[in-house]
Design a protein around this ligand. Structure first.
Ligand code: GDP
Ligand code: ZN
Length: 293
């Protein structure tokens, strides 16, 4: 039987079979000899040992489209970078680190701006900046319901990582889409470890209209920290688009004169906030030497 690993806790993998039944499985396959460990999101083959108790073994792991280590998860179709326009104030540098993670890993990225009813003008301005980067943008409000249908269309049939700080409204948006579960990956008491201990785990939640979501507040910063500064501009699609005609080869697009990126910024073809994030990230990376990567 084949299925998808929905979560893994204490050496058990919860595999949702294509028939819909969930089996709790241990790992027992050739892949273990190669040092491979099953991950949430993996497509796997299982051997059922006890149909009554719904137990079995993971015997084979299918090829992965992509894999991440913080949190450990594979086969993501979409990274949905979610923030609130206000309450809490958007942490733009962090948000743009998430878009960089998606682009650098070749994962499709979209931006969801929630609580739009709190400041429509600011929401429209930021939406424009992300549209200039060619990311699909959804301006929405879990409170008024605007944009919720578009969000539903976007998530349908995909495995989506909901990336965004707590409090931005991820659970509220799922509820507004008619899903009646709460994302609660933060702290789950692990009964196996006597109830007192709390562990973080990643869990895929099935969407009633098709697809899966999981919550991942601190997604991917690790990947970005390992990047070299001179590679950063390629991870900002709107900067990459306008680079290449600068006077100096290897232009950082920050201090050099005759820079085509700064020209595009002045023409409004690159968003000022996005550019600021680029500069801040560039400066945080530029002291990292090759040998440290
Ligand atoms: P999560 O931590 O990202 O899952 O965020 P929650 O869904 O728990 O929402 C955090 C808070 O923001 C709650 O008090 C919600 O009622 C509120 N909230 C969520 N969406 C909206 C919205 O569109 N507008 C406003 N004004 N508040 C919202
Ligand atoms: Zn330049």
């Amino acid at each position: 039987m084949t299925g998808t690993i929905m979560k893994g806790i204490g050496g058990f993998y919860y595999v949702k079979c294509d028939s819909g039944t969930v089996f709790s499985c241990r790992a027992r396959g050739r892949f273990r000899k190669d040092g491979q460990v099953p991950m949430v999101g993996d497509r796997v083959e299982i051997e059922i040992t006890d149909p009554e108790e719904k137990e079995g073994y993971v015997t084979k792991i299918g090829p992965r489209k992509n894999q991440f280590f913080r949190p450990p998860v594979s086969n993501i179709d979409l990274l949905l970078v979610t923030f609130a326009i206000s309450a809490p104030e958007p942490a733009l540098e962090l948000i743009d680190k998430l878009t960089v993670t998606a682009v650098s890993q070749g994962v499709a990225c979209a931006v969801c701006i929630n609580k739009a009813e709190l400041n429509r003008e600011k929401a429209a301005n930021l939406a424009k900046e992300y549209a200039l980067a060619d990311f699909p943008v959804i301006v929405c409000s879990a409170k008024t319901g605007e944009g919720v249908d578009r969000l539903k269309d976007l998530l349908k049939g995909k495995v989506t990582a909901l990336a965004g700080s707590s409090g931005v409204g991820k659970s509220s948006l799922l509820n507004a889409m008619g899903e009646n579960f709460t994302l609660k990956t933060g702290a789950v008491s692990d009964k196996i470890q006597r109830g007192k201990h709390t562990t973080r785990h990643t869990e895929l939640f099935p969407l009633s209209f098709g697809g899966f979501v999981f919550d991942t507040p601190g997604f991917g910063s690790f990947e970005v920290e390992k990047m070299m500064a001179q590679n950063l501009s390629a991870m900002f699609p709107e900067i990459a688009k306008h680079g290449g005609q600068c006077r100096f080869p290897g232009c950082s697009h920050i201090t050099e004169p005759d820079c085509s990126v700064k020209d595009a910024l002045n023409r409004g073809e690159i968003g000022q906030n996005r550019y600021n994030s680029y500069c801040a990230l560039y400066n945080s990376l530029k002291d990292v030497k090759d040998w440290q990567l």
